[in-house]
Design a protein around this ligand. Structure first.
Ligand code: IPM
Ligand code: MG
Length: 371
């Protein structure tokens, strides 16, 4: 009997279902080649879950995620569910909820340049030379999960000096949360180029000053062989554009990591190329770093490659199918080297006949896999 891997699929909203279909297609091709079986169970998350069940993270979805060997999530959200009303459900609550429920504290976002895509970036090719970094974003703490709320009728808070609203979000960390994400970063650096940038705002924020202390203590105790550099988050935002090749592993707080990873994705030409793995102590979750792109949903033009690169990470981290992961990576690179592009990564040198849609890009990858 062949090994069976159970994957919980969360297609979500917008372009989510379209790119999920490509992931399934590619996984089935890989399964055939490797003689393993991927079993899929689909569940609801995000806006579609709100529409069908009234909540962004139904209990049945959590059960399906816990029962699986890995979770593959596409994207959630869209203007249809946008609201500023704190009483109304939001798709993002589903995503944050499942990250928290599965204990996925470490979000790994590799930013690697595909040589074929140098022209797709808005930066000069010489600025991009040697770009190969891993952003390690803390995912279950910080500003996203601290105490937050709104108060009404607060004296003097209104726009006209009268009573009005006060709203707050809190950036809060516990030592153990900082230590475990720092450990993830140091361990990753050891098998990469041995350098960690710890990014904070220690010149202003108390939580950042504690972050710095904890990172340095762990470094001194266990990881003195790794180079550790502190960098302030505003400086990092600038350095990512000025000299991105200086970075190997970047470890940072939840929201800083959210912002910096979008910025870093543009080094690779498109947010449509950035994969991610969210790891904790149990079932891991894999998702592209991009959103649900409601503006192009349903048109068959979305770039499925960030999703397929997330599948590659799943093969490696959850299933230890390293040769299959290598083959998938090589297939994606091969397709790009041949000049095939989805719209978001096309440039003036792209031949019109090589600009393809979502399904065709998936087919090209399968063909390259020999499927
Ligand atoms: C991401 C996304 C999410 C985040 C949103 C959709 C809640 O931007 O995964 O980077 O902010 O974490
Ligand atoms: Mg983001």
């Amino acid at each position: 009997m062949s090994t069976t891997y159970r994957i919980c699929l969360l297609p979500g909203d917008g372009i989510g279902p379209e790119i999920t279909a490509e992931a399934v297609k590619v996984l089935n091709a890989i399964g055939e080649r490797e003689g393993v079986t991927f079993e899929f169970a689909e569940a609801l998350l995000g806006g579609i879950a709100i529409d069908e069940t009234g909540t962004a993270l139904p209990e049945s979805t959590l059960e399906a995620a816990h029962a699986a060997d890995a979770v593959l999530l596409a994207a959630i959200g869209g203007p249809r569910w946008d609201t500023t009303d704190p009483e109304k459900p939001r798709p993002e609550q589903g995503l944050l909820g499942i990250r928290k429920a599965l204990g996925l504290y470490a979000n790994l976002r590799p930013v690697k340049l595909f040589p074929a895509l140098v022209g797709a970036s808005t930066l000069k090719p010489e600025a991009l030379e040697g770009v190969d970094m891993l952003i390690v974003r803390e995912l279950t703490g910080g500003l996203y999960f601290g105490e937050s709320g709104r108060e009404y009728d607060v004296a003097g808070a209104g726009r006209d000096g009268a009573a009005g609203q006060r709203a707050y979000d809190t950036m809060e960390y516990r030592e153990f949360e900082v230590e475990r994400i720092a450990r993830t970063a140091f361990e990753a650096a050891r098998v990469r180029r041995g350098r960690v940038h710890s990014v904070d705002k220690a010149n202003v924020l108390e939580s950042s000053r504690m972050w710095r202390e904890v990172v340095h203590a762990l470094h001194a105790e266990e990881f003195a062989d790794v180079e550790l550099l502190d960098q302030l988050v505003d400086n990092t935002a600038m350095q990512l554009i000025r000299w991105p090749a200086q970075f190997d592993v970047v470890v940072t707080e939840n929201m800083f990591g959210d912002i910096l990873s979008d910025e870093a994705s543009m080094l690779t030409g498109s947010l449509g190329m950035l994969a991610s793995a969210s790891l904790g102590d149990g079932t891991a979750l894999y998702e592209p770093s991009h959103g649900s792109a409601p503006d192009i949903a349903g048109q068959g033009i979305a770039n499925p490659l960030a999703m397929l690169l997330s599948v590659e990470m799943m093969l490696r981290y959850s299933f230890e199918l390293h040769s299959a992961a290598d083959e998938l990576a090589a297939a994606i690179e091969g397709v790009l080297d041949e000049g095939w592009r989805t719209r978001d990564i096309a440039d003036e040198s792209t031949l019109p006949q090589k600009t393809v849609g979502t399904a065709a890009m998936g087919d090209l990858v399968v063909e390259r896999l020999g499927g």
